[in-house]
Write a protein that binds this ligand. Structure first.
Ligand code: PSV
Ligand code: MN
Length: 388
């Protein structure tokens, strides 16, 4: 097995993008739970994200969601981020909260609705120019609730046409990433329900169109690491939205529900060249902290990804290859499990300290006084949350 020292040059390359919406109020369809100290605007969201990066060294970029993070001056928001040591990342479009999109957006039958949805994405691309963002991420709520409600085939054809127009506006060095999700909010059919549909759509667009894999967007029991392998093999894995789930799209802290699944995914990421220098695969979080505090929730999340990445990097691939070639079923499985069970936390703590970071970022946050400060300062105004 490689030693911890062998993998630190690779660990140094880790970067995990935080979602701005993780810092706003969130909840379920039954209730949104407000929390004290929650940001009132995108500037305060960026400040909270920068705190996560300051304490972990793991989160140098923040994804924005339009229109939730619409501001008058994106250049000012960009400067604000840079002053705090982070950069603005992926721009997420939103065609799922407007009355006009009730029956769909990019796949809608209504020409005017499709026009509005395409125009929204063109506006997002304009913003990307101002923020310096590389990726436009598209997740669509489009679908139907009842068999016969709409024609599945023509919805797919209209989606292709809309995506073509958006892709044509994507600049050099920018990418379009198309996220899939098997159900919700639509219950009968979803227009981009699986990796195959996303792959078919982006493959038809061109080289700068990629698939986004959100770990919470599969049916229970799906072998997600197989999909990771296949998309990397096809050179179409653009990004991850990491989170974890017990039942549906729970958006819980990554690695919380099934740490072993996260390990298996990261093993395939490393195996397929999706990690480190030379890889374009973006690691992002897509989570909501409904009942726990948001900043420590994000700190815990990036640490979980780091811990599991370290274990995946420690896998003894040479020994595994020998065992696999020999058909040594249990030997090969044992080698994989050895890496999974390796407790990397003490090594990571010491390594962090050697780089001038807190050995225990969770504790450092609790002792920093930052939470008390934002709770005292951020009084009045409208807190950010779904729809704001
Ligand atoms: C909705 O399911 C969702 O969580 C998607 O995963 C998007 O990535 C995210 O919202 C932000 O639009
Ligand atoms: Mn997502």
């Amino acid at each position: 097995m490689p030693s911890f020292a062998d993998i630190t040059p690779l660990l140094e390359q880790q970067a995990i993008e935080l979602p701005s919406w993780a810092f706003g109020n969130s909840g379920t369809r039954f209730r949104v739970f407000p929390q004290a100290g929650v940001p009132r605007d995108p500037f305060e969201k960026i400040a909270d994200a920068a705190k996560v990066h300051e304490l972990t060294g793991l989160a140098p970029t923040v994804a924005l969601h339009i229109p939730w993070d619409e501001v008058d001056d994106f250049a000012a928001l960009r400067r604000h981020a840079e002053d705090l040591g982070v950069a603005l990342g992926t721009i997420n479009s939103n065609t799922f909260q407007d009355e006009a999109y009730k029956l769909g957006s990019l796949a809608s039958r209504d020409d005017a609705v499709r026009r509005k949805a395409v125009d929204h994405h063109l506006r997002c691309i304009e913003i990307m120019g101002e923020t310096g963002s590389k990726d436009l991420k598209i997740w669509l709520a489009d679908g139907t609730n009842y068999p016969g409600q709409d024609d599945l085939r023509s919805r797919q054809d209209r989606l292709t046409e809309s995506l073509q127009e958006i892709y044509a506006a994507i600049g050099e060095g920018q990418r379009l990433v198309l996220e899939y999700k098997f159900f919700e909010p639509a219950f009968y059919s979803t227009d981009v329900p699986d990796w195959g549909t996303s792959y078919a759509q982006v493959a038809a667009l061109g080289d700068r169109a990629m698939v986004c894999l959100d770990t919470g967007h599969h049916a229970p029991g799906t072998n997600i690491e197989f999909i990771v392998m296949q998309l990397l093999r096809l050179k179409k894995l653009g990004s991850f939205d990491f989170n974890s789930r017990f039942y549906a799209d729970d958006d819980l802290i990554v690695g919380a529900a099934d740490p072993f699944q996260l390990f298996r995914i990261l093993v395939e990421v490393v195996r397929g060249g999706g990690y480190g220098e030379g890889s374009d695969v973006a690691f992002m979080l897509d989570q909501c902290h409904n009942i726990e505090k948001k900043i420590p929730g994000q700190i815990r999340s990036v640490l979980n990804v780091q811990e599991m990445t370290a274990r995946a990097l420690l896998l003894d691939r040479e020994a595994l290859d020998v065992a696999q070639r020999a058909g040594d079923v249990l030997g090969a499985n044992g080698i994989l499990m050895d890496a999974f069970y390796r407790d990397v936390r003490p090594d990571l703590a010491a390594w962090r300290a050697s780089r001038g970071l807190p050995a225990d970022p969770m504790r450092a946050y609790a002792e920093s006084g930052y939470q008390e400060r934002i709770e005292a300062d951020r009084v009045g105004g409208a807190q950010a949350g779904w729809g704001a």
